[in-house]
Structure formats: structure tokens, C-alpha cells
Design a protein around this ligand. Structure first.
Ligand code: NDP
Length: 488
């Protein structure tokens, strides 16, 4: 190995680690020499610095990825690409404030994702088409080229795997920009890229902020496809920029997912499912089921039981194994969520929480909060909060539930809880959402498609759908007829 991601800073306190970004097989500083700080959300202390990548660094990475694509990666056999992904699956690592128990699940899912696409690499087939006998026609699948990938901070390594794995399986090369809050785990992983046989330039990691590094990545002419996960606002900006070069785009933009509880659902499971669906990962989840719709005849009992259970959620630093909810990722995110709590106190009633906890001197914590008697038109029922905040809305019957569930600009996920299979299917078919769970919320499988309807974006990650996003289709026609062609 020629270099590593990290070096102890001589100019800062000894525990601050200086990271470098990964371009063309080497760990490097930003062309400008500038850096930014990375924080521990539980202590608010700086734990690392990273290069503040800019347009010059993006250019260096995009050129390296282009060379790597044309000089070799596109011709590496699917078997070898698959083997490299299997080796990536064996690596693991960690940074983001979430409870360590949840990080362990993420590591598993990350490895599984690389493993799945390691297997899928050898199953990307074209087709022979049924044209007349005097010809052969083929539909060939080819990698698009350089993929520009931009990921958020809520599942740093897993989001990187969801994007890098299918792109490599398809034969594309990658320039990935992690979120500025959480760039460490993917840079640690990159230390092993060379050892597992990933040629220089095939995967490049450029750290930096959205305007400085993300925007030039989207605009770079060598980047043929952009895959983005994050907010709808940035998603729109990306689409506008990509339109200039008619670049392919896929967007995963989060939501305001309904979690619907009918009165015939198993009550204990339902209450648990409402809390899990909303509060997992501190509510910093694109598919958080934060609009909890409850049938009127169990409504009061449900709110009381959910509030009682929410009071028992243990807050603390992510590294404590007893912690059930960690701090939010940044002071900015804590303030954003606190703003919604203030709005919510004016829009609805508070069953539990509603503020920031008093027991911590440091750390960007927010109380798990349940608002009830929420009107579906309220801000806290319509906007993505991205924190531990549940809005409970009563409904009368099936038609009422479906109407309220679909009254949202988003359509990423939904869940329905009932013991009536006929009702479950009727509701599933009526919901405008890319993922619908029945009697559960949040399980994700690498084999199953992930992505949204409406303003939750378009394109699908995971499964064979994930790899499709990185493939072109080429029609090939072979003439077998020796007669003169045409009529001239
Ligand atoms: P953003 O959408 O701003 O960030 C997501 C990624 O996009 C980050 O890597 C960010 O870089 C990058 N980015 C930001 N601006 C640009 C740009 N102009 N061009 C290219 N890339 C850009 O989300 P935030 O972190 O600001 O979070 C705000 C809200 O977005 C959350 O509260 C939540 O509602 C939603 N969100 C949804 C997510 C999801 O999974 N669907 C994930 C994260 C956020 P950087 O952050 O380094 O500046």
C-alpha cells in the first residue's frame, strides 16, 4: 500500500486525525490545501480534519476515473469485478453519532451489498431479439462510464456501498462525494482498495461540501451519470445542472412516510412498530414513518401507550451499548429539528418530549417527541423533519386512511398494520409509495428495489434495478443476407 487515509496532525490536539481524500489510487490533500473539521456529535469536539475538495480536485478525480474506465476497468471480466466486490464485502469499519448496535447492523448490510453485487456482476446479460431469419439483432448492455455519486450523512458507509457496488458490478468507474459531516468510514475503507485489487482511478473519494465539491461533480463533462441521495431541494438543483448536458440522474430524496394502524392490528406490535418506524437512527432516516395514522377506536389508547414507551428510550452517546437513541449529526440539524418542535407545539398537542433534553452538558440531543391530534395539513405532517419526531393523526376508516396517506408531496415508503389480508392488499395497492411494508416498518433487503414516487425522486437502488441505473443498452444488427442492400 502506498499511502493511507490518515495522518496525525502536528498542528492540532493529538486526538484530531488528519484524513486525506482518495484520488487515482493515492491519498492526497485538496489542491487548495484547505481542510474542514469533522465532529463527534456526542461531545461536540473535533475528531478529524478532511481536505476541502473543490473543482480542481473533482477534475483530477473525474479524469482519473475516465482513464481507469477506458484503460482497463470496462474490460475487466465480470468474474474479476465480482471477486473484487466480494473482497470489499469482507472489509468493515465505522463515524455518525448513531448507537453502536445500529452501526453493527449497518456494517452487516454494507458487506451484504458488496456481496450481492459481487454475484450479480456475472449475471448482466444482453438479449437476442426475434428479428427476421436473414439477420441477427442483439441488445447489448454496456457500462455508462464515469458515475458521480453524492451521499448523505445518515448511513455513511451503507449509502456508499449502495452506490459503489452496483456501479462497479456494471463496469462503471466512480467519483464519490461523501457528506462533509461523515466522510471518515469510506476513507478508511479506501485504505484497502489497492490491496483487494481495485485498480487506481476506479473508485475516487473526494471530500468537501456540496457547493464546493458536489456541484462541480454534477457539472463535470466526463461524468456521465449522477446518483444522489439527500434533500429534495438539492435534488432539484442537481437535475437542473444535469439538464445542461442531458446527463442521466437518479434521485433518492426522502419523504414523510405514513405508518397506518388499523384497530384490528396486534396492539403491542403496532405501538412498537410506530416507535421503531419513527425513532430508529434518531429519526434521521429517509423512510422514517413519522406520519402515524391511527384508527379512531384505538387512537387514545395508542397515543398513551406510545408516549409511555417513548419515555423509556435511553438517550446517550452512540458508543455506549445501552444507548437506544444517540445525538443528531450536527448542531445545524439539532437546531433545524428544534425549529420544527417549536412549530409543532403551536400546531398540535404534545404527548411526550417536545424539546432538547436537560441531562447532557454536551451533544446535539433531541427528545423523542410525539405530537398528537395533528392535522395532515400541518407543517409537522407535511415536511421532512429528519429527527425523532412523530406526528399522530386520527382516521375514521380505510378510505380516510388512504386519502390522508396519499396527501403528501412525497412517496418513498409506507406501512400498513392489520390482521385482515384483504384490507392490507387493498391499501397496499392504493398507496403512492415506492416501498410498502405490511405489519412491519423499515426492513431493507439488498435484493429488493429502493426508491420513491412523487417528490421522493426516481430511479431505483438495490436489486437488479440498482445495476440498471449504470447500464446503457446498445442495439446491434448483423445482416446475414448476401443480396444487394437497398434500392440504389
Ligand atoms: P443535503 O441534501 O444538503 O445533502 C446531501 C448531500 O448533497 C451531501 O453530500 C451534500 O454535501 C450534498 N450537496 C449539498 N448541496 C449540493 C449541491 N449544490 N450540489 C451537489 N451536492 C450538494 O442534505 P442536508 O445534509 O443539508 O440535510 C438537510 C435535510 O435534507 C435533512 O434534514 C433531511 O430532511 C434531508 N435529507 C434527506 C436524506 C435522505 O436520505 N433522503 C439524507 C440527508 C438529508 P454537504 O452536506 O457536504 O455540503
Amino acid at each position: 500500500m502506498t499511502s493511507t487515509a490518515t495522518a496525525k496532525s502536528k498542528t492540532r490536539k493529538s486526538e484530531v486525525t488528519r484524513y486525506r481524500m482518495y484520488i487515482d489510487g493515492k491519498f492526497v490533500d485538496a489542491a487548495s490545501g484547505k481542510t474542514f473539521d469533522v465532529y463527534d456529535p456526542a461531545t461536540e469536539g473535533v475528531i478529524a480534519t478532511c481536505p476541502a475538495g473543490g473543482a480542481a480536485d473533482i477534475d483530477r478525480a473525474a479524469q482519473a476515473a475516465t482513464r481507469a474506465f477506458h484503460d482497463g476497468w470496462r474490460s475487466v471480466t465480470a468474474q474479476e469485478r465480482g471477486r473484487i466486490l466480494f473482497r470489499l464485502a469482507e472489509l468493515e469499519t465505522l463515524n455518525s453519532g448513531k448507537p453502536i448496535v445500529e452501526s453493527e447492523y449497518d456494517m452487516d448490510d454494507t458487506a451484504t451489498c458488496f456481496e450481492y453485487y459481487g454475484g450479480l456482476a456475472t449475471k448482466i446479460n444482453g438479449e437476442v431479439l426475434p428479428v427476421p431469419a436473414e439477420a441477427v439483432a442483439l441488445a447489448m448492455r454496456e457500462p455508462i462510464g464515469v458515475a458521480g455519486q453524492i451521499i448523505p450523512w445518515n448511513y455513511p458507509l451503507m449509502m456508499a456501498a449502495w452506490k459503489i457496488a452496483p456501479a462497479l458490478a456494471a463496469g462503471c468507474t466512480v467519483v464519490l462525494k461523501p457528506a462533509e459531516q461523515t466522510p471518515l468510514s469510506i476513507l478508511k475503507l479506501a485504505e484497502d482498495f489497492e490491496a483487494i485489487g481495485l485498480p487506481p482511478g476506479v473508485v475516487n473519494i473526494v471530500t468537501g461540501d456540496g457547493p464546493g465539491a458536489g456541484a462541480p461533480l454534477v457539472a463535470h463533462p466526463k461524468v456521465r451519470k449522477v446518483a444522489f441521495t439527500g434533500s429534495a431541494e438539492v435534488g432539484k438543483t442537481i437535475m437542473r445542472t444535469a439538464a445542461d448536458q442531458l446527463k442521466r440522474v437518479s434521485l433518492e430524496l426522502g419523504g414523510k412516510s405514513p405508518n397506518i394502524f388499523f384497530s384490528d392490528a396486534d396492539f403491542e406490535n403496532a405501538v412498537d412498530g410506530a416507535l421503531f418506524g419513527t425513532f430508529i437512527n434518531q429519526g434521521e432516516v429517509c423512510s422514517a414513518g413519522s406520519r402515524v395514522l391511527v384508527q379512531k377506536d384505538i387512537y387514545k389508547k395508542f397515543v398513551d401507550a406510545a408516549a409511555a414507551k417513548a419515555k423509556t428510550i435511553r438517550l446517550g452517546p452512540g458508543v455506549d451499548r445501552e444507548t437506544k437513541m444517540g445525538p443528531l449529526v450536527s448542531a445545524e440539524q439539532r437546531d433545524r429539528v428544534a425549529g420544527y418542535l417549536k412549530t409543532g407545539r403551536g400546531e398540535a398537542k404534545v404527548a411526550v418530549g417536545g424539546g432538547t433534553p436537560k441531562q447532557f452538558d454536551k451533544g446535539w440531543y433531541v427528545e423523542p417527541t410525539i405530537f398528537y391530534d395533528v392535522d395532515n395539513g400541518a407543517k409537522i405532517a407535511q415536511e421532512e423533519i429528519f429527527g425523532p419526531v412523530m406526528s399522530v393523526i386520527p382516521f375514521k376508516d380505510e378510505a380516510d386512511a388512504i386519502r390522508i396517506a396519499n396527501e403528501s408531496p412525497y412517496g418513498l415508503a409506507a406501512a400498513v398494520w392489520t390482521r385482515d389480508i384483504f384490507k392490507a392488499f387493498r391499501v397496499v395497492k392504493s398507496l403512492e409509495a415506492g416501498i410498502v411494508w405490511v405489519n412491519h416498518m423499515q426492513p431493507t433487503f439488498v435484493e429488493a428495489p429502493w426508491g420513491g414516487y412523487k417528490m421522493s425522486g426516481f430511479g431505483r437502488e438495490l436489486g437488479h434495478w440498482g445495476v440498471e441505473e449504470y447500464l446503457e443498452t446498445k442495439q446491434v444488427f448483423i445482416n446475414l443476407d448476401e443480396k444487394p442492400i437497398g434500392w440504389y
